[in-house]
Design a protein around this ligand. Structure first.
Ligand SMILES: [Fe+2]
Length: 325
């Protein structure tokens, strides 16, 4: 699979007017995080053979140079005209990758994907559903209202990056829960507030810094701000490893995006995953394997399609999942 593949058509007509070219050598300043939290640190004890990494979340590390931040902010300000809202997030832009070539190239950047793969210790590819790329959160119109409520993601892996300077506003922290999804669900069900000593708020040195996490395992939220501006970008990835089953929460995504767009992008994403499995056989046939091994390789590709067909044919209404503020 080539990471730069992108649909040649679009569900949207409007694009931004002033779209700078993305230049990785000028716009990126990739650094490693100083601290890693594992799934075990968060309390996940059962072994997860379908997960290619045990790293759950990182401390904050630099992704963009000053020039990169400047260019991204310029793009985000133009995309602000396209904000939508849902039950969880007051103002966000999804699908901005269709409207801006800069945002698209940033989201699909092989340099960033490779760096994030190194940080996580597992090979990643930019997500095949373009609305899961470069999701943008803008501060709500109502001062103090949380930007995003406690939740876990409809994505396996994503990074959350500050576009604006987190140190020039009061509040607006990105926080994650030091515990499992089940722990959080239990606390919430028993109407208990989240103990402050179980909240991790990674220090955000400035704009262009990010946290990488297994978004579907780490419960997190984004706090509100009293005044000023707060924009963050969330970019999604999918595991390349054969052991990793896809995790696409279709029933949740239809609350955020047009249903027909979700269905088309999901079909695209699963086709890409299947293509990736088959391309492995196309480009590097295993000359030393027996019949059973070859059959298994083909079954893995078929599994992607079987999973997708099953999910499409059994899609039912779900309420949007979140835990409030
Ligand atoms: Fe999230």
């Amino acid at each position: 699979m080539t990471e730069l593949q992108f649909p040649t058509n679009s569900p949207y007509q409007d694009r931004i007017f002033d779209d700078p070219p993305f230049n990785p050598s000028a716009h990126l300043a990739l650094e490693m995080p100083s601290k890693l939290f594992t799934l075990s640190d968060l309390g996940y004890t059962e072994s997860k053979p379908d997960l290619p990494t045990n790293i759950a979340a990182t401390s904050c590390f630099r992704v963009l140079s000053e020039e990169g931040v400047h260019a991204l902010y310029h793009v985000c300000k133009q995309l602000e005209a396209f904000t939508t809202s849902n039950a969880r997030i007051a103002r966000n832009v999804r699908g901005g990758v269709y409207r801006s070539g800069f945002l698209r190239a940033l989201a699909l950047s092989p340099e960033i994907a490779e760096h994030m793969s190194t940080v996580l210790g597992a090979e990643l590819a930019p997500h095949g559903m373009p609305h899961q790329l470069a999701h943008l959160n803008y501060q709500p119109i109502t001062p103090g209202e949380n930007v995003d409520k406690w939740h876990w993601d409809t994505l396996q892996v994503d990074y959350v990056m500050f576009v604006t300077d987190p140190n020039t506003v009061e509040g607006g922290e990105f926080q994650y829960f030091n515990g499992t999804r089940e722990d959080f669900t239990q606390l919430h069900a028993s109407n208990q507030s989240i103990p402050t000593d179980r909240i991790i708020a990674p220090k955000m040195p400035g704009p262009g810094y990010a946290v990488l996490m297994q978004g579907d395992h780490v419960v997190h939220q984004a706090r509100g701000i009293k005044s000023g501006e707060r924009i963050t970008l969330v970019n999604g990835y999918t595991y390349k490893a054969h052991c990793a089953k896809d995790f696409s929460a279709l029933g949740q995504l239809v609350h955020a995006d047009e249903k027909q767009t979700v269905l088309a992008e999901y079909t695209r994403h699963m086709s890409l995953r299947c293509q990736q499995q088959l391309l492995h056989n196309v480009n590097t046939p295993n000359f030393n394997a027996d019949a059973a091994t070859h059959a298994e390789a083909l079954k893995r590709a078929r599994r992607e399609l079987d999973d997708a067909i099953d999910k499409l044919e059994t899609l039912q209404h779900e309420d949007m999942l979140h835990f409030g503020d």
